[in-house]
Design a protein around this ligand. Structure first.
Ligand code: FAD
Length: 416
């Protein structure tokens, strides 16, 4: 049993990609940081994401460069360096499904878009694919239109979560219940209460700390944290008592078990809109089948439809797009998942969003691909908020080794 609280610079609440990347950057910068996750790592939006490392080209589908695109244009290269083991973060253990996705501009798509892709501006991102180099399933004679390779990788998100879990396991507590607590009171506060009730103003020269008690099935720990960082996705609003700064945009994602002969697609079927008509990523399932995971317009529309209506729509779209494939024997499933973002009038923010008061930071990455940008902003904020408390060059502050190996969320198709 722990006798004195463990003093740390930051307690990170929420183990999706935002929390994990922040933990890694803070720890690498010498800060003493712990991450608490209420269930398994990634179990919010992150495990449900399609793992696409956007460089913003998708936002140029209307045929013009947007602010969103400018903001994240450097992300694919940054991640590629990390994936190759040469970057700021060593992601050498992460499985990369593909280094480049396919863009399919259907024949009816405006020539403005295809002209834009061919333009000098886009040349380094998008290259035309000759028929012989298309994925085999797209070489069928009924498959018409223009095909481009988009220079943006797609990751196996579970292996990404595992990579962080392995490297930072002594700083991660999964399946954790935690509470901010009054220093003098026996009764702990509820975790959604006013954070100001749990500061340590004991004049010990350490400044203000939040007192937090953390419990797992076999451990109880008390920490004194100089900062609380909420990277809890959708739960950020209730945890920070601030609903005005968060917006929710639901998606109804669909997945289908398809025969392996359909092949592995990482494909955006383009529409005359800034959102693809359909986005397909592929995940191995068993000897005979792959999962085709469907996003894009179908998922946006499906948010307002029922499960069966969305599946009917998805089958109709797949049949219209791939008339030479038979989906009638493929099992389909769908589920709703909420995108939680910083408020931006209901539209996707162009960048990550971070808010802070003196000791509490609340953060949304907007996209998985932008987690490194978010983590940079948080580290800068922690440094600014505690200029008199620079990072220690420490190694000995880590959580007791009694914490279990971090648990990682399953993909939706692994859950049944
Ligand atoms: P989350 O992943 O939601 O993590 C929050 C974590 O906090 C969860 O693990 C949750 O259990 C935990 N938590 C909640 N409450 C508490 C509490 N009280 N105590 C402790 N822990 C708590 N972005 C891309 O760049 N590329 C894509 O291809 C892509 N595809 C997407 C597809 C879908 C269907 C969705 C929904 C999003 C997609 N995104 C994509 C966006 C991306 O997934 C999110 O921006 C990102 O995963 C958000 O990460 P996060 O860590 O902020 O939140």
């Amino acid at each position: 049993e722990q006798s004195t609280p463990m003093t740390i610079d930051a307690l990170i609440v929420g183990g999706g990609i935002a929390g994990l990347w922040t933990l890694a950057k803070l720890t690498n910068a010498g800060y003493r940081a712990l991450l608490v996750e209420k269930s398994a790592l990634g179990s919010g939006q992150t495990i449900h994401s399609q793992g696409i490392i956007h460089g913003g080209t998708k936002y140029a589908l209307l045929g013009k460069m947007t602010n969103a695109q400018r903001q994240i244009a450097g992300m694919p290269d940054y991640w590629r360096d990390c994936l190759a083991g040469n970057g700021e973060m060593d992601l050498g253990d992460v499985t990369c499904h593909t280094q480049a996705q396919t863009l399919w501009a259907l024949p009816q798509l405006s020539s403005r878009v295809t002209g834009f892709f061919a333009s000098h501006l886009m040349k380094s991102h998008v290259t035309k694919i000759p028929t012989a180099d298309r994925p085999p399933v797209l070489q069928h004679h009924q498959c018409q239109g223009n095909f481009y390779a988009l220079n943006e990788p797609v990751l196996d998100v579970k292996s990404l979560l595992m990579c962080f879990a392995n490297r930072y396991r002594h700083h991660i507590i999964t399946d954790a219940k935690w509470q901010l607590a009054h220093p003098q009171a026996d009764n702990a506060c509820d975790s959604t209460f006013d954070n100001n009730c749990a500061s340590d103003n004991d004049g010990d020269g350490n400044g203000d700390y939040k007192i937090v008690s953390i419990k797992t099935a076999n451990t109880t720990l008390t920490v004194k944290a100089a900062h609380i960082i909420y990277t809890a996705g959708k739960a950020n609003a209730s945890l920070s008592n601030d609903t005005a700064n968060q917006q929710i945009r639901p998606l109804r994602m669909v997945y289908a078990h398809v025969p392996k002969t359909f092949g592995q697609l990482y494909l955006h079927v383009l529409a005359a809109s800034d959102k693809p008509r359909l986005t397909i990523t592929t995940h191995p399932y068993d000897e005979q089948t792959n999962i085709w995971y469907l996003g894009g317009h179908v998922a946006e529309t499906g948010a307002h439809l029922s499960d069966s209506e969305t599946i009917t729509l998805a089958k109709k779209e797949l049949t219209a797009i791939f008339p030479w494939l038979d989906f009638s024997q493929c099992p389909f499933a769908s589920f709703v998942v909420d995108r939680a973002e910083g408020s931006h009038a209901g539209n996707r923010p162009d960048t990550p969003v971070v808010h802070s008061d003196s000791q509490t930071i609340v953060a949304w990455p907007t996209k998985l691909a932008m987690a490194p940008m978010l983590a940079d902003a948080i580290v800068a904020m922690v440094a600014r908020l505690s200029p008199t408390n620079p990072p220690q060059t420490n190694t000995a502050h880590t959580a007791p080794p009694t914490f279990a190996t971090p648990r990682i969320a399953n993909y939706p198709w692994e859950c049944n």
